[in-house]
Write a protein that binds this ligand. Sequence first.
Ligand SMILES: [Fe+2]
Ligand SMILES: [Fe+2]
Length: 332
Amino acid sequence: MTTVDPAVDRAVLPAPRGPLSAAVLDALRGDPPATGLPPHASTDPYGEDLHLALHVCYELHYQGFAGVSDTWEWDPGLLGFRAVLEQVFLDALRADVPGGADIDGVLDALLVEPVDGVGVSHFLKDEGEWWHMREYLALRSIYHLKEADPHAWVIPRLRGAAKAALVAVEFDEFGGGRGDRMHSRLFADLLAGAGLDNGYLRYLEHAPAVMLATVNLMSLCGLHRSLRGSLVGHFAAAEITTAPSATRMAKALARLDAHPACVEFFTEHIEADAVHEQVMRRDVIGDLLAREPELTGSVVFGVQATELLEQRLGDHLLGAWAEGRTALRRPL
Ligand SMILES: [Fe+2]
Ligand SMILES: [Fe+2]
């Protein structure tokens, strides 16, 4: 059970989900030291064990965990182990997306809304019940309570107009200078309005690998300069797809008669992301690829990997709900 140190609102370490995550968690607890980490990671690249292990490693760069020394962030043994896990994940993603260099084509494809929409936001808008909505919000809290943080890591890797434009988008994500307008804060308000716990990483134990993988992709691309094109591609894909899905989510919450505090997060994104989409495409990707055209394939990969993982998450949610069971590792 993930509990919280109230003084710093840090999550405590979660329970392991296999030998890889157990090795990381044991190391962070100091028993045994990181030198005891297993050298090879022959495991499911989308599985629970690998993604919890990666998520815990990455969290050391965000808020860390209660009772875990901040110095673990740059521990060579742990970083070496993380690199093995990252390679397994990256190899699988590269094998599972089509690739290519048609950046306009992959971004245009994101704009095409299927007539008979079947995604999670369509389901929630049309027929989802309140418990479906709560499960969805709890899962998304793994990312939205640190919304836009992974993208900030790309700023020093950009130059000129691409940097200026991406920072303009991030400025909005971080509330335009107002703490109470930060998108992470709006999501915390949304959780509270839905009667959910809005503490940081409170639902980590509930979140299956299929959710953790979407956040791990952002952390992976944000932390590696070699993946800066992919981070920008990810960011653009997210901004392009958010406005239409946010519209549906606002309608879903209205239909379900949710508390007014629940709606602001999505109404904010309907307007903001229509602008962000244009800025990301024209000013960030356009300028980045004018400077570094060799990154085109990396940007395309970022878009496609994002879509792949979002599709897997959507399939998981709708599959579980179609069978009338929770999509979480444990019910709320
Ligand atoms: Fe946002
Ligand atoms: Fe945005």
